[in-house]
Design a protein around this ligand. Structure first.
Ligand code: B4P
Length: 192
């Protein structure tokens, strides 16, 4: 089993690259953002609560997100491996993920971190907001709030994986195909 984390700030290309990576490496895609948006679309109690938090640019509580991931791991016991997209976003989530995978006698193989400067991120997210219907992408104020939360709560997760010698930074600007090729190079080296 090979498990991978795609790491990076909002708008860095995690969702975009994940779509191609799961196809090539036959991984199960676990995007906490997508899973939460599906709860919102289905108007579940969890979704109604999550919407308020996401629209404010904040993080949904760790126990909720960890519960969602635990559920998905249970439902996919025959998976080749998992691609975690947008998770873990806090140190607590990273520790919980290590434990969940250990119970399944597996671990994270590599963490690939997409690096993109903040002005480019704002441009991408506002552009996506014009068509995606995502309410967290339409206000620059909310987008800036998401960066502040990222710098404060999510960036420290890099240290967690650096200490495990699993962290690899990848340039996230340029063509989607070139970035994909660089991600694949790292994965192929890690799998060997
Ligand atoms: P996510 O759904 O994870 O959203 P994201 O970080 O904004 O998007 P992503 O990074 O995947 O977008 P992409 O770059 O592909 O999270 C949304 C919210 O959910 C969070 O704010 C939080 O509230 C909540 N949440 C999610 N996970 C959580 C967790 N674990 N704990 C707590 N809360 C959680 O795409 C951006 C745009 O860039 C696209 O339009 C794309 O076309 C474009 N793009 C991509 N690559 C490009 C390139 N190379 N060049 C130009 N444009 C590019």
């Amino acid at each position: 089993m090979f498990n991978l984390v795609l790491f990076g700030p909002p708008g860095s290309g995690k969702g975009t690259q994940a779509a191609n990576l799961i196809e090539k490496y036959k991984l199960v895609h676990l995007s906490t953002g997508d899973l939460l948006r599906s709860e919102i679309a289905n108007k579940t109690p969890l979704g109604l609560e999550a919407k308020k938090i996401m629209d404010a640019g904040q993080l949904v509580p760790d126990e909720v997100v960890i519960g969602i991931i635990d559920n998905c791991l249970e439902k996919n016991t025959d998976a080749n491996g998992f691609l975690f997209d947008g998770f873990p976003r806090t140190i607590q989530q990273a520790i919980a993920l290590d434990k969940l995978l250990e119970l399944k006698k597996t671990e994270i193989g590599i963490v690939l971190a997409l690096q993109v400067n903040e002005d480019e991120l704002v441009r991408r997210l506002l552009e996506r907001g014009k068509t995606s219907g995502r309410s967290d992408d339409t206000s620059e104020e909310v987008i800036r709030k998401r960066f502040a939360v990222y710098n404060n709560d999510t960036q420290p997760v890099a240290q967690h994986y650096l200490a495990q010698e699993k962290f690899k930074a990848i340039a996230g600007e340029g063509s989607i195909d070139d970035i994909f090729a660089n991600l694949c190079k790292e994965i192929d080296t890690a799998i060997l």
